[in-house]
Each structure stands twice: as C-alpha cells, then as structure tokens.
Design a binder for this molecule. Structure first.
Ligand SMILES: [Ca+2]
Length: 176
C-alpha cells in the first residue's frame, strides 16, 4: 500500500525540478542570444538627392525568419550625417521614425540618411543563416527615384560587418 503513495510523491516533487531545469536552459539561451545590428550607408554619390529628404529614405527595417512574423528595429545606435548642408535641410531627421512596426505609422514617416550618411540600428533577436533583412527605402515616394544604400550585418554595434549588398527602394537581403 505504501509503494504507490511513494511514487506519487516522487512525481510531484520532480515537477518543480523539471521546470527549474527548463527555465534555467531558456535563461541561459536568452543570455547568450546576441542582438542583430544592421548598418545602412547612403550611396549618395549615385543618386544625388538634394531635396528636403536628402539621401536614402528609410521607413523601416525588418529581420525575417522562416515561418515567423517580421522583427522590427528596437533601437537606433547611431546616426551620422557628415554633410552639414544636407543635415540642415533634412526635414526627416528623427530616428524614432524607424523604430517599431512602421506599417501602422502615417506616411511619409521615415528617416532621411543624407548624402553619405549612415545609421546603425538594433533588432533584439539573433540572426541565423537563411534569415533575411528587408530595408524599406521610399525614395521614389519622397523624391524622384529610389535611392541607393549599402547594408551590412553584425552581432556587435562595433562590427566586424558582413556586407550583404547594395539596394535601392524596398530590398530584401538574404544572410548566407
Ligand atoms: Ca531622399
């Protein structure tokens, strides 16, 4: 009669132990997960946009994983705009414009990089081979034409950077 009772007690005691192990593993994985940093450099020498929205016009950036909803920018690490004249005429210099789910924001909410300008943004999730990054550049709506930019990815805001390629307009880059 005592044996079944003992088995039941053992099962109850082991449940918290199993949960503790699962939580520990998930916590360790979360601590080891490195965010994705994406650098976008305006290729102004190609498009020469001198409007009130100078350089490539970035509406948003997503990290795309297979069978998963897109992940959005959660922080802008830096925004460098070396050309003073461009910066002074830039109506769209608010970096907050590209944070979060931009699809619900009123058009033309975006960040104009200025000619030769660059931005580093963070998406708080790790990237893996087979994922992709989409840059939503809307130069064809804010000026004359889609504007060129170079995209790189890294696990650190200081690099080293893996250059994914150059695009204009809405462009998707696959991570090898
Ligand atoms: Ca522009």
């Amino acid at each position: 009669m005592r044996w079944p009772f003992f088995k039941k007690t053992t099962a109850i005691l082991s449940l918290p132990t199993v949960l503790l192990v699962v939580i520990s593993v998930l916590t360790i994985q979360a601590l080891n997960a490195k965010p994705t940093f994406i650098r976008i450099i305006d290729q102004g020498s190609i498009t020469r946009d001198t409007s009130l929205s100078p350089g490539a016009d970035i509406r948003g950036v997503t990290l795309n994983r297979p069978n998963s909803a897109p992940l959005y920018v959660d922080a802008v690490v830096s925004f460098e705009h070396p050309h003073t004249i461009d910066s002074s005429t830039n109506t769209y210099s608010d970096t907050l414009a590209i944070i979060g789910d931009f699809s619900s924001k009123k058009n033309p909410s975006h960040l104009a990089l200025t000619e030769g300008g660059s931005i580093i943004v963070r998406i708080n999730a790790s990237y893996h081979s087979g994922d992709s990054i989409t840059v939503y550049e809307i130069g064809q709506h804010t000026g004359r034409t889609a504007e060129y930019y170079e995209v790189s990815v890294s696990t650190s805001e200081n690099g080293p950077w893996e250059v994914l390629g150059t695009g204009a307009g809405e462009t998707q880059f696959t991570i090898e």
